[in-house]
Write a protein that binds this ligand. Structure first.
Ligand SMILES: NC(=O)c1ccc[n+]([C@@H]2O[C@H](COP(=O)([O-])OP(=O)(O)OC[C@H]3O[C@@H](n4cnc5c(N)ncnc54)[C@H](OP(=O)(O)O)[C@@H]3O)[C@@H](O)[C@H]2O)c1
Length: 308
């Protein structure tokens, strides 16, 4: 009897886990021949799977990565998986604003078009600083992408209709922005939450600024995915997270589906400024829809990256 109860309990547990991990797969096979896609941090995780999906649809895909060796290896793998030769890499370190500016100069010189920009690269909450003195989360996840997008915006407008997809995370809801301390001297996890909230405000304000100019902007949440973000932590933490990820997370290929949906689907084309989860529009907490805060963050970011 005891054995039967154990079997039933285990089966129910696995069924509940399976139900919790059920996710949509974006199946629209729209071709992207002649389109150029730029993906930051496309050498691993969600970014790499996004690159495979978009290259498979015929796009010219460029992954922008900080480590040329990892990038080269990823390009080889993306080419094999997508059966496309149209995949390249360029060097970009989002933790260094000078690197971002130089990257954009080279990109604009070399590439005559840009139709889809995926602001994917991201750092989890760790206690570290960028070369410009910002917390790694705020500097890489928000400020680096803020500068990158602004410098590439003229090309995106020239190539309209074009799209900007910025990756965010449901953990945005655990924090609010503090304009007295945007750099976030908090617990690393809270710093991460704020950077992901900043990604949402950024994508909303970008949608507002580009309204009627042929550029649309989306905040995409891939969900909890089995990527390599734990490599920044201790062995013990990694082991614990492996178990948690095995139970609750989905493969990066599945997480990337929401990004691909935002990049490709006709439905998303009409929903600029939206927040997307599991290949569909989702509702944000009211504080994350505050257009005044989004504008204020945009202006503060302009000052911080010296764009203003
Ligand atoms: N994992 C999740 O469950 C989850 C959930 C919600 C949202 N997200 C978001 O999804 C996005 C992708 O994350 P992921 O889970 O796929 O993690 P990942 O596999 O760790 O990918 C992160 C990518 O960002 C790159 N990167 C980090 N710092 C960089 C810098 N300074 N300059 C250029 N590239 C840099 C990494 O490059 P290196 O390989 O050189 O480190 C890597 O390619 C992130 O924005 C993350 O916040 C993830």
């Amino acid at each position: 009897m005891y054995l039967l109860y154990t079997v039933i309990a285990s089966l129910s547990f696995f069924l509940v886990l399976k139900w919790m991990k059920r996710r949509r797969y974006f199946t629209e096979l729209k071709r992207l021949d002649g389109k150029t896609v730029l993906i930051t941090g496309g050498n691993s995780g969600t970014g790499k799977e996004t690159a495979v999906a978009l290259a498979t649809r015929g796009a010219r895909v460029i992954i922008a990565c900080r480590d040329p060796e990892k990038a080269e290896k990823a390009v080889r793998e993306i080419k094999v998986q997508s059966r496309s030769f149209n995949v390249f890499h360029m060097e970009l370190d989002l933790a260094n604003l000078r690197s971002v500016s130089e990257f954009c100069k080279t990109f604009l010189h070399k590439e005559k078009s840009l139709h889809i920009l995926v602001n994917n690269a991201g750092m989890p909450g760790i206690l570290d600083w960028t070369d410009d003195g910002f917390s790694t989360c705020f500097g890489v996840n928000h400020l680096g992408h803020f500068l990158l997008t602004n410098l590439l915006l003229p090309r995106l407008k020239e190539c309209a209709p074009s799209r900007v997809i910025t990756l965010t995370c449901s953990s945005y809801k655990y924090q609010k922005l503090d304009f007295q301390d945007l750099n976030c001297n908090l617990l690393p996890f809270f710093t991460y939450c704020r950077s992901k909230l900043a990604n949402i405000y950024f994508s909303q304000e970008l949608a507002r600024i580009t309204e009627g100019k042929g550029v649309t902007s989306y905040a995409a949440d891939p969900g909890f995915v089995q990527s390599g973000w734990t490599c920044h932590y201790s062995f013990l933490f990694r082991m614990v997270m492996q178990v948690i990820m095995w139970m609750f997370s989905v493969p990066c290929e599945i997480g990337a589906q929401t990004v691909v949906y935002c990049a490709v689907s006709d439905e998303a084309a009409k929903l600029s400024g939206g927040y997307f989860v599991d290949c569909q529009p989702a509702t944000l907490r009211p504080f994350a829809r505050d257009a005044g805060v989004a504008k204020k963050l945009w202006e503060a970011s302009e000052r911080l990256v010296k764009l203003a």
